[in-house]
Design a protein around this ligand. Structure first.
Ligand SMILES: Nc1nc2c(ncn2[C@@H]2O[C@H](COP(=O)(O)OP(=O)(O)O)[C@@H](O)[C@H]2O)c(=O)[nH]1
Ligand SMILES: [Mg+2]
Length: 331
């Protein structure tokens, strides 16, 4: 039976176990939304439509930081403290550079050992995918699936590479930037643009010999943030320190997240999500159109020659693009 026929006649077999919180069904559903096969896509769309009323109830957090800043160590510590309070945490990752999937988080499982074994936690590595847009759309859908499966907190992690921070901040309620204890002038390879996205800046490794440096860095960032516009209406970004290794200051990050939600309020969060959903729709239009175009037989027939024409300067990129669109539209 085709996916369409199935959707029309009976609910997806994954639906009931997914809503009951079955982890295998959840993992399978995420694999389904990650698939690029057309029949899988249809089935994924039907499943997502069916779960939609059961989504949106979680606290959505984003976290970024350069490799080595302590994201995995932080997530382990932070996650375990949330589980101790009875929360259920899903950790998703966006890493467009991961070729086969599994790159960032799986290699880190040793640093999230206890969390990855915990009943109340679900850790899913970054989907493999060439484009950031492609990886981001699947992560958004995975977020809906984990919410439907009953996870009340979702943490989306990304390594500080290129535009992935923006993609993550565009899908969460609160965005957290983890930094190393270093001089304030030195933005540590993290661009100013990333700091501008932060609702909360946390200087990690505030322990041992690094503690004074971490405090100084925090003061510098506090000063720097005063010059920037807050990314979130109703909230002034805060700077804190923590030691993910020793645990100091980690629980406080959650307190700040709760204060953030109070300050912004349910209507503020809803507005942010509404804006995100609208942008997501247009992103979806773009991604889908481009994929359809690249699959089109006439486009595929002509694309090689047109690319060579553009490379050799025989045709302008704009004119060649128009030819491709004409081929796509059958003109
Ligand atoms: N001193 C100190 N080291 C830390 C802290 N958090 C992480 N580390 C160490 O920093 C290194 C990188 O940590 P990891 O969590 O893998 O960073 P990630 O690449 O951002 O995920 C590891 O050797 C950790 O043990 C901390 O709070 N204090
Ligand atoms: Mg890591």
């Amino acid at each position: 039976m085709s996916a369409v026929a199935r959707a029309a006649t009976a609910p997806d077999p994954l639906l009931a176990p997914l809503l009951a919180g079955d982890r295998r069904a959840l993992a399978k559903a995420i694999t389904l939304v990650e698939s690029t096969r057309a029949d899988h896509r249809e089935r994924a769309d039907a499943l997502l439509a069916a779960i939609l009323p059961r989504t949106g109830k979680s606290v959505r957090l984003g976290i970024t930081g350069v490799p080595g800043v302590g994201k995995s160590t932080f997530i382990e510590r932070f996650g375990l403290s949330l589980l101790a309070e009875g929360r259920r945490l899903a950790v998703l990752a966006i890493d467009p550079s991961s070729k086969r999937g599994g790159g960032s988080i799986l290699g880190d499982k040793t640093r999230m050992e206890e969390l990855s074994r915990a009943e109340g936690a679900f850790i899913r590595p970054s989907p493999a995918g060439a484009t950031l847009g492609g990886v981001a759309r699947r992560t958004r859908e995975a977020m809906l699936l984990v919410e439907a499966a009953g996870f009340d907190t979702v943490l989306v992690e990304t390594v500080g590479v290129g535009q992935s921070e923006t993609a993550v901040s565009d899908m969460v309620d609160t965005f957290l930037v983890l930094l190393l204890p270093a001089g304030g002038d030195d933005l540590q390879g993290i661009k100013r643009g990333v700091i501008e996205l932060a609702d909360l800046v946390v200087v990690n490794k505030a322990d041992g010999e690094l503690k004074p440096a971490a405090e100084r860095a925090a003061a510098d960032y506090r000063h720097a943030l005063r010059m920037l516009r807050s990314p979130t209406e109703g909230w002034t970004p805060e700077v804190a320190t923590c030691s993910a290794l020793a645990g100091a200051g980690v629980r406080e990050v959650w307190d700040t997240v709760l204060r953030f939600r109070e300050a912004v309020g349910p209507a503020g969060i809803a507005r942010r999500r509404a804006t995100q959903a609208r942008a997501w729709m247009w992103n979806e239009v773009g991604e889908t159109l481009l994929a359809d175009l690249k699959r089109h037989p006439e486009v595929r027939r002509r694309v090689g020659a047109l690319e060579r024409d553009v490379e050799a300067g025989r045709s302008t990129p704009a004119a060649a693009a128009r030819r491709l669109l004409e081929a796509f539209h059958g003109r």
